[in-house]
Design a protein around this ligand. Structure first.
Ligand code: PMP
Ligand code: GLU
Length: 389
């Protein structure tokens, strides 16, 4: 069969590939500890599940408005106003099948052949793949561990050309867990304000911030920035709802929202009706206690994993401020990140994601969205693996 050129350039998501491999090996009876999945191990809060069951029993099982039922759009609009100081009206929001789908649709609506998209590196695996799929060019800004893997205004300025269309910001970051402060965002705005750049702000980990560090949405810093920003968020990570598939995009550009609705009306239609009803409960505060419990458990696991990894010979890691990943420096081990992860999986049954999947070698990603017992056991194995090298 002759495949389209477009699809032939698209690679598999490495984060998903490694998590699936770990799951398959486990199903075959192998003793595998996986730290590869970007997914909370917690169950979805009961109040949300109960609402989904109510929706099924009441027959809320038909097609809905393509971009989400109004009640849900209102709940998102309220959430963004109250929690993020982002002033989006319900008709400036569209709900899609997870934040990944929101991103796919937004890139489809904005990227033309030759457009440049600035992506700070390390980056989440999917961005450059989507940019390339729509014919755009990814322009990476390499960040330094000593700068907490964050870009600065000078780096941004140097990356901008006449073809630059979009900057992607991910805060808290996957894979580094770093969070941009309000001052850092204001400094980036000083560069952005003289350009036509659109910022896609991926805020999927926004609720998962530790030590009361606080989180600032870039769209909240001023009205001009709000007008330039497309805010992406969803419920997968903060409310342990990865399988429900709920994400959303918000933009002050109502034409963009209309175009995204057109695209969705010709592709997937609405996200499933039951998820929509349940999502309202996840957004309107009813699950806040559950979310607070998740955050405090993640915070303890983060401290534990950070301490234990730094006790392992040849490994170093910074304390992430958000998300649920440690981005571990393996440069003192004489192996590239792919070889390290393969060898570790074969010898000790521990699955990590190689840094190269996120654009940088010399690092591996360790997800601490699992039990403390698994963290202790896994790091013991990593320690043994390094000791035997
Ligand atoms: N953005 C980032 C940075 C992520 O890590 C993920 C996790 N897969 C997503 C978006 C997409 O999440 P989902 O599609 O489950 O909402
Ligand atoms: N975002 C998660 C991760 O980085 C889930 C996998 C994916 O969607 O790529 O592991």
């Amino acid at each position: 069969m002759k495949y389209s050129q477009r699809i032939s350039t698209l690679g598999e998501s490495l984060t998903i590939a490694i998590s699936s491999l770990a799951r398959d090996l486990k199903a075959q009876g192998k003793d595998i500890l996986s730290f590869s999945a970007g997914e909370p191990d917690f169950d979805t809060p009961k109040i949300i599940k109960d609402e989904a069951i109510r929706a099924i029993n009441s027959g809320f099982t038909k097609y809905t408005q393509v971009g989400g039922i109004n009640e849900l759009l209102v709940a998102i609009s309220d959430k963004l106003k109250i929690q993020n100081n982002l002033n989006y009206e319900p008709n400036e929001i569209i709900v899609s099948n997870g934040a990944k789908h929101s991103l796919f649709n937004v890139f489809a609506a904005l990227v033309d052949s030759g457009d440049e998209v600035i992506i700070p590196s390390p980056y989440w695996v999917t961005y450059p793949e989507l940019v390339g799929y729509f014919g755009g060019k990814s322009v990476f800004i390499e960040t330094d561990e000593d700068d907490d893997f964050k870009i600065n205004p000078n780096q941004l300025k140097s990356a901008i050309t006449s073809k630059t269309k979009i900057l992607i910001l991910t805060s808290p970051s996957n894979p580094t867990g770093m969070v941009y402060s309000k001052d850092e965002l204001l400094a980036l705005y000083d560069v952005i304000k003289d350009t036509d750049i659109i910022v896609i702000s991926d805020e999927i980990y926004e609720r998962l911030v530790y030590d009361n560090a606080g989180f600032t949405s870039i769209g909240s810093i001023n009205d001009d920035m709000l007008n330039r920003t497309i805010t992406i968020n969803g419920l997968s990570k903060s409310v342990a709802m990865t399988g429900w598939r709920m994400g959303y995009a918000a933009s002050k550009d109502k034409t963009l929202i209309k175009m995204l609705n057109n695209l969705q009306s010709q592709s997937t239609s609405n996200i499933n009706s039951i998820t929509q009803k349940a999502s309202i409960f996840a957004l309107n505060g009813d699950a806040n206690m559950d979310i607070d419990n998740f955050v405090s458990a993640f915070s303890e696991r983060r401290n534990l994993a950070h301490k234990l990894i730094n006790n392992v010979k040849l490994l170093d890691v910074r304390l992430p401020q958000g998300a649920f990943y440690l981005f571990i420096n393996i440069k003192k081990v004489n192996l590239d990140s792919m070889a390290f992860c393969k060898d570790l999986l074969e010898k000790e049954g521990v699955a990590l994601v190689p840094g190269i999947a996120f654009g940088v070698d010399g690092y591996v990603r360790f997800s601490f969205a699992c039990s403390e017992e698994q963290i202790k056991d896994g790091i013991k194995r990593i320690d043994r693996y390094i000791a035997n090298l």
